[in-house]
Design a protein around this ligand. Structure first.
Ligand code: GRF
Length: 199
């Protein structure tokens, strides 16, 4: 039986691939700030492309629908993205939030959700799109690093910027120590960016 979709409630679907610390920060902000009452919004589902994603257990503990759409059985990106979109659309999302979701999405998927599709990237975009952002910032001798919440468009890591946070690079920093400092800020700016959109 199709799940009962709350009337007039804005559903947020969060996509993860791993630990889901950004997803958890969003869920906790929604609880703490009563997004259901303040914005008629709720995190209605967490979907992962990896069955072993640690964030699934957290979602289930919070009473949030947690689902796996494993990318491995699919012959190509288009078929996976179609299956993922079918799982997402069952929740009639007002927002689709990529949070540590480590998949390159097809243009068709992006076009389906553009305007309500967000991502967080661990650099001060447009600097350092792509992977290994912290090591690249250190290698470049950056004095500052940070994170960016942006709307997802067809061009990877390049859509309209919604929020950014800056952290200092300190002597002796490694990619790991810098990543940890940035991640702390990610957990602040992602919920703030979403709440601003929900207002
Ligand atoms: C974070 O650095 C985030 O910026 C990137 O994925 C990493 C892990 O995120 N998108 P999470 O802990 O799985 O939310």
């Amino acid at each position: 039986m199709k799940g009962i979709i709350a009337v007039d409630m804005k559903n947020i679907v969060i996509l993860i691939s791993g630990g889901g610390s950004n997803m958890a920060a969003i869920v906790r902000a929604a609880q703490r700030e009563h997004w259901d009452q303040r914005y008629s919004a709720r995190v209605s589902a967490v979907i992962s492309n990896r069955p072993d994603a640690g964030g699934l257990a957290f979602a289930r503990e919070q009473g949030i629908a947690a689902q796996v759409v494993d990318h491995k059985p699919f012959a190509n990106r288009e078929e996976f993205d179609a299956a993922l979109a079918a799982a997402i659309d069952r929740h009639e999302p007002a927002l689709v939030v990529l949070a540590g979701f480590m998949r390159i999405l097809t243009p068709g998927f992006v076009a389906r959700y553009q305007g309500r599709l967000l991502n967080i990237h661990p650099s001060l975009l447009p600097a350092f799109p792509g992977l290994h952002t912290h090591q690249r910032a250190l290698d470049a001798g950056c004095r500052f690093a940070g994170a960016t919440v942006h709307q997802v468009t067809a061009e990877l890591d390049f859509g309209p910027i919604l929020e950014q946070a800056v952290v200092p690079v300190v002597p002796g920093d490694t990619a790991q120590s810098l990543a940890a400092r940035v991640l702390t800020q990610e957990h602040l700016i992602y919920p703030r960016a979403i709440a601003t959109l929900l207002r």
